[in-house]
Design a protein around this ligand. Sequence first.
Ligand code: ATP
Length: 349
Amino acid sequence: MSSVRLQSVSKRFGDHRAVNDFTLEVAQGEFLVLLGPSGCGKTTTLRMIAGFVEPSAGRILFGNRDVTDLPPYYRNTGLVFQGYALFPHLSVFENVAFGLRMRKLDRPVIERRTQEALRLVRLDAHAERMPRQLSGGQQQRVALARALVIEPEILLLDEPLSNLDAKLREEVRVEIRQLQRRLGLTTVMVTHDQEEALSVADRLVVMSNGEIQQIGTQRELYNAPANQFVASFIGRTNFFAGVISAPHRFKTESGLEIAIPSSAAGGQLLAIRPERVRLGNANGAANSFAGTIEFISYLGATTEYVVRLASGDAIAVEMHNARPDDSVPLAIGSEIQIAWDTDACQLIA
Ligand code: ATP
């Protein structure tokens, strides 16, 4: 296994900057996820690491080896794409063995390593089946076995779960994560699905328009987003535009005076997560406002509300439903008090 380093890597397609000046490191054995909306340059970045796309500038290193000018075949990366891309006319065994036959390994070695890879993804009993005789999840596991069988230095996953239904996605992503940990595989995965990214990553790279917005763990991105894009892309946030009007005070453009932590500085945008806002009794909270419930959405574990304040601001509130009747008494149109503590306030640049 190797680490992966991108040093000032850029890719232009004509005038279009698909990837702009990326510098990042994936530690040996780390699971890094590239997360961002469609078109932000995730796949292009992954394909540059694999060697299918040549960077316009910058260097790519595996460990201390500069692979920038190496063709894909010599980089020894295992790739899993969105569509499983299995050969329909080859058995499961032959699909997995394919990469080893291409490398002209001895027959007994091919036999042993293919069986091992199939055992890893728990498909050894299905070795003789054809791809069409497998479920979507099983086919994706064959694709994974095919990537692993070559004993790759780096595992690269491009939206590997997006063809699967919701329940299967969850199952396969847990399997991929467990396998990745057990084998200590340095892994880079691309997804636009926030929940998927948060559930598997050691660290995430949030991208937008070919630019890295922030690199960090789930907690870092959620609790200290670098900018508005990250704050709104990772979880949901209430934003208020305004200025710091006095020490510990933020005045919104709509006229609300909000108490903020003494450590807060700079920034003209105040962010408050919906789960940090309470409905009902202020309980001594520094911030408390009267409002009217405008919208209620019961989601089982939580209930989401939209509360309209006299200032005109609409605030999203998320309440955890600890007991089945927790969310019963409130109705649309109810007059209600909402409250939050100063430490729920994040100032964003
Ligand atoms: P998605 O989630 O939709 O796959 P992505 O984040 O993976 O998106 P990329 O596929 O990396 O995005 O594309 C980044 C940008 O570069 C897009 O605007 C895309 O249209 C452009 N692009 C990608 N490949 C090429 C190419 N071969 N020629 C020209 N433009 C390209």
